[in-house]
Write a protein that binds this ligand. Structure first.
Ligand SMILES: Cc1cc2nc3c(=O)[nH]c(=O)nc-3n(C[C@H](O)[C@H](O)[C@H](O)COP(=O)(O)O)c2cc1C
Length: 304
């Protein structure tokens, strides 16, 4: 019997559901399923101001205090770390978990599998998470990404409806149901089975290839294109808002300015730029795109 620690925060319960199904085949082990939360609470449903107000600290990865929690053991054979991206970064609770001294200690010299429950943009967040796991001397051995596979713009409208109304339902009955599909959530157990097998042999280098063989990570080209550009801009906005606040300016004015910028960038600029990219650049960049997708489907960290 192996000792497995499952760590996560979930606001709506979506990630909890994914992890519940994922761990079904692992139940015969000594499973420590720990649901963590920050001392500071987030509203649900959000309103536009509270939602976008979390951007600066999230992007700047400012870890905050967690509610008190207990772990059954001091050392585990495997850690499953579930998290969600917020604003192309690890969510604030996820950054807080990875920067918590108790978690840092338990992660030392331990295999870690990351389990992402996202809309569809998790590539930059995973780079930060890889870096933090490395800093904690954990050993990243696998990554699974559960995403909403609907069209990017439709899924953005759907998720905003979910976050701002609090209901995981089809907006106006016409937009797709937000979040990870029920089919994919239920199907998570197939990856639990793979993890269970590898856990016995401890041949961790075989895990990610098996996850990929079973479509456990997909990187759409349009998302790759957007993510490679947007994070730099988010960082500039985050620093600008913090600076304005420090200068005594009204933070909410700048947060709202960011909100309008984001809506404009996502719904107007991105489709035009993507149209041009898909027509003129993408056909001549296939080997570069393939190389990048291979990297993001993997678990190595290229800190350049
Ligand atoms: C403030 C906020 C920002 C988000 N930003 C992103 C994002 O950048 N990329 C993404 O794929 N999903 C994003 N999401 C969706 C979350 O990753 C997640 O899928 C959703 O909130 C459900 O997670 P839960 O298990 O915590 O309820 C965001 C959600 C919130 C609340």
């Amino acid at each position: 019997m192996k000792k497995i620690l499952v760590l996560h925060f979930s606001q709506t319960g979506q990630l909890t559901e994914i992890l519940n199904h994922l761990t079904e085949p692992l139940l015969e082990n000594d499973l420590d399923f720990v649901s963590l939360s920050m001392k500071r609470k987030f509203p649900f449903p959000w309103n536009a101001d509270t939602f976008f107000n979390e951007m600066p600290e999230t992007v700047l990865e400012k870890g905050e205090a967690l509610d008190t929690f207990q772990l059954k053991h001091a050392k585990y054979d495997l850690i499953l770390f579930g998290y969600q991206p917020w604003f192309l970064s690890p969510s604030l609770p996820a950054s807080s978990i990875l920067q918590n001294p108790m978690i840092q200690k338990v992660m030392e010299n331990t295999p870690v599998v990351t389990v992402i429950g996202a809309r569809n943009m998790w590539l930059n967040a995973q780079e930060s998470v890889k870096k933090m796991i490395l800093a904690n001397q954990g050993q990243l051995v696998g990554n699974l990404a559960f995403i909403d596979e609907n069209n990017n713009l439709a899924s953005a409208v759907s998720i905003l409806h979910w976050m701002l109304k609090g209901k995981k339902e089809k907006k106006w009955g016409i937009f797709p149901k937000p979040g990870v599909s029920d089919e994919h959530i239920l199907g998570a157990s197939k990856f639990g089975l793979i993890i269970a097998k590898i856990l016995q042999s401890e041949k961790w280098d075989q895990l990610q290839p098996l996850i990929l063989l079973n479509q456990g990570v997909k990187v759409p080209t349009n998302i790759l294109f957007i993510e490679q550009r947007a994070k730099i801009i988010f960082k500039l906005w985050a620093k600008l808002i913090v600076k304005k606040e420090e200068q005594g300016r009204k933070r909410i004015f700048w947060v709202r300015f960011f909100k309008y910028y984001l809506v404009f960038a996502l719904f107007i600029v991105a489709p035009i730029v993507l149209f041009v990219y898909n027509l003129f650049i993408r056909p001549f960049s296939s080997s570069k795109i393939k190389q990048k997708k291979t990297y993001f489907c993997g678990i190595t960290y290229n800190n350049q």
